[in-house]
Design a protein around this ligand. Structure first.
Ligand code: ADP
Ligand code: 5GP
Length: 211
């Protein structure tokens, strides 16, 4: 069966818990690699360059776009965000499941380039809880929170374009479910074409030998 890693896109409303889930996922399972994006937004308190994001100036970001340094990039609430190409390609080659935590335009872009990518949309159980989490995180000013909630309404329009919806109610359960989804996706026939071809070839050779 497929021992290569797959590309996993995780999107979801700001405050849904994507970052928290990713953290747990990479600590609890060792076959995941989390892509670190580049962004032009300012670091939040506690965020480190190269850990949460590569923080770039707008001009630097635009230069990287021109050089083809990103697999995809998008503008979200007035800032650029992009997935560095080199890391993703290297980790996939090494057999890791590579997780991209990106917004919906980026997700659709990845789907076009990598039709076998698994697309998961994370949501809290309801909108009240989303507001509570966004405000509770305390990292954005109220007007930015309002902007992100408006953006969430737009993103909800695209939820049905994903392969799975993942409800982040209890964190532990949610992380386990994500890992199960990835395991199941790796077993899908579309991601095991080589295995299927080999079995078919062997069976055909066997049948010929028996004639
Ligand atoms: P995102 O990366 O999607 O914007 P975060 O991971 O920053 O969201 O989570 C937003 C807030 O919600 C954080 O304060 C986090 O601790 C909290 N949170 C995440 N998951 C849960 C959960 N399952 N239950 C309660 N709070 C959660
Ligand atoms: P935040 O500012 O809260 O860290 O991220 C804002 C949004 O940008 C989130 O929806 C997050 O998933 C998305 N994002 C982060 N990195 C990337 C990226 O490399 N590409 C795209 N398209 N979106 C990203």
């Amino acid at each position: 069966m497929n021992d290569k890693g797959i590309l996993i896109v995780v999107s979801g409303f700001s405050g849904a818990g994507k970052g928290t889930i990713m953290n747990r996922l990479i600590h609890e399972y060792d076959d995941y690699a989390l892509s670190v994006s580049a962004t032009t937004r300012a670091p939040r308190t506690g965020e480190e360059d190269g850990r949460e994001y590569f923080f770039l100036k707008k001009e630097e970001f635009e230069k990287r776009i021109e050089e083809g340094g990103f697999i995809e990039h998008a503008c979200y609430c007035d800032n650029y965000y992009g997935t560095p190409r080199a890391y993703v390609e290297k980790q996939l080659d090494e057999g890791k499941n590579v997780v991209l935590e990106i917004e919906i335009q980026g997700a659709m872009n990845i789907r076009k380039q990598f039709p076998d990518a698994l697309l998961v949309f994370v949501t809290p159980p309801d909108v009240r809880e989303l507001e509570r989490r966004l405000n509770g995180r305390g990292t954005e000013e109220p007007e930015i929170v309002a902007k992100r909630l408006r953006r969430a309404a737009e993103e909800a329009e695209g939820m049905d374009k994903y392969d799975y919806i993942l409800v982040n109610d209890d964190l532990e359960t949610c992380v386990k479910q994500l890992n199960e989804l990835v395991k199941a996706a790796r077993s899908a026939p579309v991601r095991n074409k080589e295995f299927i071809d080999n079995i078919r070839a062997e069976l055909s050779a066997l049948a010929k030998g028996e004639e």
